[in-house]
Design a protein around this ligand. Sequence first.
Ligand SMILES: [Zn+2]
Length: 313
Amino acid sequence: MSKKYHARSLMDFLGELSTEAVCEQYLMQMRWPDGMPCLQCGSKEFYPRLKHRRAYKCKACGFFNRPTAGTIFHKTLTSLHQWFVALFLIANDKRGLSALTLSKHLGVSYQTAWAMLQRVRHAMAKRNDQYQLIGYVEMDEMYIGAPTEGKKRGRGTEQTPVLVAVSFVPGSDGKEYIGFAKLKTLTVVKATPIVNFAKRHVQKDTVIRTDGLSVYPPLERHGFVHDRNPVKKRKAHLVLPHVHTYISNLRSFVMGTHHGLDETHLQQYLDEFCYRFNRRRCEEEMFDRLLLACLEKEETGKYPILNTQCIIA
Ligand SMILES: [Zn+2]
């Protein structure tokens, strides 16, 4: 392939990836552009594919190689074609596709669609984790979930705190341009989890702009440049404009698409939102990008386990 990612319309997709066999060939080409190597001996010579197994027998050592081995597609009864259609729909619905809608489009049960979405979000999260924010970052916390009695919101309530970090680039015109984002649910807003988050997701020496909350200054002791801006709460959007724009978009996603989120799986929804946001300039290539993310090798047992009873072909 001359280009890793391809822009593709729905009509292109339906014409190009129309059968199980074509999807499998496409998957193999994406995963191994230079040809699939035998997992056992490295040879690239195989007998023709077995009829009812997603497997190719190696001509050199006889090992049965499965193109989906180690990916989120492995050991599911869902066909690759259904997976591909699901990925296309997920890739192209930036409001976030619900399990109910996906189940109707694919003709599978709600549980199957939900489990598929969870696996895809897991792949998105893994891809998110491969990148660190760099340069200039704004960091703040937001709260998601039903407010506690008395309608009190924010710090000090039982809503789930979410740490939001958004990078930005100062332009030569004096303006600042928003870059990439990271989101992490916290059990508690304290210095330790915030520092741990920064160490994992933000490069050292990055300038981190925050408000005046006392949990942020320890960042300075861990290799970050802390830009502290004490403000009255109502003015926070003025000193942290990028993170607040981002939070406002996230709130629309949470309320609009999912009508408030199931907090048990909040991090997965955030992972999806983050993944989409960070690729907002290459939406047409999202199918290929998502497919590649889903093809990343999983450590055994690391991905969400599907209940096979939920899976229908
Ligand atoms: Zn072999």
